[in-house]
Design a binder for this molecule. Structure first.
Ligand SMILES: O=C(O)C(=O)[C@H](O)CO
Ligand SMILES: [Mg+2]
Length: 255
């Protein structure tokens, strides 16, 4: 059975962000992930993580102005300086918090836009170089257009192509089972085929993005496949609890 990390951006929203670490540990989690730690000093986040005895699995680079609708900057021509500053911030936080992985979000741009693609490649190279020097893994994640309309990286094969082009062994795919199913289906075969490139996995039911075992996929089979491909890192529970985080955790003892 895979080991699971609580996603503190979606789970434990019953309490403020900094209190979610203790809440996750109290529910038996041994690791956490979240989108962004940047509203708090890195030292404070690290202290909460350590006090709860948790491992950090992953967090995202700063995405630009999230409230205004930005969803990353890597594919945005003209935003290279902002991207570089975000990368500096992410690496500084990663060193203090001790995350093994950073997720680089692409941003909203046409997947067919040649200038956006060129900018993405340049920024991906820069991020791969900088994270490589810092000893941190880097992941990119295809995201479905229903949840994130206009997201640049909306295709798993394209993500694999970008990764392959870079020739950086610490650059890998964030395989979110929820997005995979909505974008392409064929989840198990994709896990098998992409296994060598997978750096992080996330799970949620489809289509509601609730607890595993409540959607259209056979999550038990998916977890068995994750074990079978030899994936040993954390599986992020990136789901919105249907009716309370604690109340919904019984799936973990039924898989
Ligand atoms: O939306 C997701 O699936 C993610 O993992 C991103 O990190 C944030 O949007
Ligand atoms: Mg995800």
């Amino acid at each position: 059975m895979p080991k699971f990390a609580a996603n503190l951006s979606m789970m434990f929203n019953e309490v403020p962000f900094l209190d979610r670490f203790a809440a996750a540990a109290d529910c038996g989690f041994t690791a956490v992930e979240y989108l962004f730690p940047y509203d708090h000093p890195a030292e404070v986040v690290a202290e909460r993580l350590q006090a709860a005895g948790l491992a950090q699995a992953l967090f995202n680079m700063p995405p630009g102005d999230w409230v205004a609708g930005e969803r990353g900057m890597a594919a945005l021509p003209g935003r290279e300086a902002d991207f570089a500053a975000a990368l500096d911030t992410a690496i500084a936080y990663a060193k203090v918090i001790g995350t093994p992985l950073l997720h680089m979000m692409a941003g909203l741009a046409q997947a067919t836009d040649l200038q956006a693609s060129a900018t993405y490649r340049e920024n991906l190279k820069r991020a791969a170089d900088r994270t490589g020097e810092a000893g941190i893994g880097l992941v990119i994640e295809p995201i479905n257009g229903r949840d994130m309309p206009g997201y640049f990286l909306n295709d798993f094969n394209r993500a694999v192509d970008f990764i392959s082009e870079m020739d950086a062994s610490h650059l890998k795919l964030q395989f979110d089972v929820y997005h995979r199913q909505i974008l392409h289906g064929d989840v198990i075969m994709a896990l098998r085929q992409m296994a060598p490139l997978i750096g992080h996995i996330q799970i949620a039911s489809v289509p509601e993005r609730h607890e595993p075992l409540t959607g259209e996929l056979d999550d038990r089979k998916i977890f068995a496949e994750i074990d079978a491909i030899g994936y040993e890192a954390y599986v992020g529970c990136e789901y919105r609890p249907a009716a309370g985080t604690r109340e919904g955790l019984s799936w973990m003892s039924r898989v």
